[in-house]
Design a protein around this ligand. Structure first.
Ligand SMILES: Nc1ncnc2c1ncn2[C@@H]1O[C@H](COP(=O)(O)OP(=O)(O)OP(=O)(O)O)[C@@H](O)[C@H]1O
Length: 315
């Protein structure tokens, strides 16, 4: 990503600092000794299975929760100070919206609270909600309410934008418009941190991916690095005639095999930790594959491979 400008208010190269942060709820360690740094202009996706600690991490970052131990800093100060200074804009998963006001009134209020607000009409237009500006907030669809939350997060010139599952409920065009706007924000030097379950969005948008698992940082890198770290590759080929499926499943280095459809002409898909060795063993087995393809894992398969390997290690 190219960084064309850094907001004048940036005074430190560290946007967010987590040092050995732990947060427990009763016996649950939601965040467990987490240390990480975010820098200006980064677009960072926070991934993790349900209950991994993503929302708790964002709540700590916003000062909505306090760590049991360790420290959280935002632009070198406490989260609260950074928010009061208008340096942070946030869109939370189910942040309540005031019911009896119109969309425009709510956006206007949010702009009035920001030290460096954008014009209300610009905020409405950027979020694609000009058409529904006069509608009462409690009459909005789920996707429209998400757009309003997005407007509130971008009511002013903040240096860090935090988004918790921002595109849930948005239709395809709303998603595209949303990410185009976020790209503009990052290209202007702002840092964007978003938690998501849509791995294709993380792959397409983020220049850095953090994988959380049971409150700990399991992986931190570009999408390509995360995919490479999972190690495995996908092998697919067509087969004519019958094949001994048990012999296929016994090939070396496999992590999964699917054969479809059952019958004489089949497509075989294999995931292997060592594609070369698996393909050599295929030939030795007397199987001559047609249309052989060997590809890297997608981010989704890599994510599943990394988190399942961790589960297996811990059980
Ligand atoms: N207020 C709370 N009281 C008790 N336990 C909580 C509370 N908030 C979260 N937890 C627990 O802490 C862990 C982390 O939850 P968190 O919501 O941060 O995960 P998440 O990664 O955001 O999950 P999801 O993807 O399902 O939204 C979970 O085991 C959850 O049940």
């Amino acid at each position: 990503m190219t960084t064309t400008a850094v907001p004048a208010t940036s005074t430190t190269t560290e946007v967010v600092g987590f040092d050995q942060v732990t947060k427990t709820y009763g016996t649950v360690r939601a965040v467990d000794g987490l240390s990480l740094r975010l820098h200006p202009g980064e677009t960072v996706a926070l991934l993790g299975p349900n209950g991994a600690g993503k929302s708790t991490t964002l709540d700590l970052l916003l000062g909505l929760k306090q760590p049991d131990s360790g420290s959280v800093t935002v632009f070198g100060t406490s989260p609260r100070e950074a928010i009061v200074a208008g340096r942070v804009g946030a869109m939370l998963q189910s942040g309540g919206l005031m019911d009896e006001v119109t969309v425009a009134e709510l956006v206007k209020l949010s702009c009035s609270l920001h030290p460096r607000p954008y014009p209300v009409s610009d905020v409405l237009a950027r979020a694609g909600i000009t058409q529904i500006a006069d509608r009462k907030v409690n009459k909005l669809s789920g996707g429209q309410a998400q757009r309003v939350r997005f407007a509130l997060a971008t009511a002013g010139d903040s240096d860090l934008i935090i988004l918790d599952e921002p595109t849930t409920g948005m239709d395809v065009s709303a998603r595209q418009a949303f990410w185009a706007t976020m790209r503009e924000q990052a290209d202007q030097g702002r840092t964007v941190l978003f938690a998501t379950h849509y791995l294709e969005e993380a792959d397409a948008i983020a220049d850095r991916i953090l994988v959380l698992h049971r409150g700990r940082l399991l992986a931190d890198g570009t999408a390509a690095e995360i995919k490479a770290r999972a190690g495995a590759r996908r092998i697919s080929f067509d087969l004519e005639g019958t094949v001994d499926e048990d012999a296929l499943r016994a090939l070396p280095h496999l992590t999964s095999v699917t054969v479809s459809p059952s019958g004489s002409d089949r497509t075989v898909r294999i995931q292997s930790a060592d594609a070369d060795a698996t393909v050599h063993a295929l030939y030795r087995l007397g199987v001559y594959p047609r249309n052989l393809e060997v590809t890297g894992l997608g981010l989704e398969q890599a994510f599943v491979a990394i988190t399942e390997a961790e589960e297996a290690k811990q059980s």
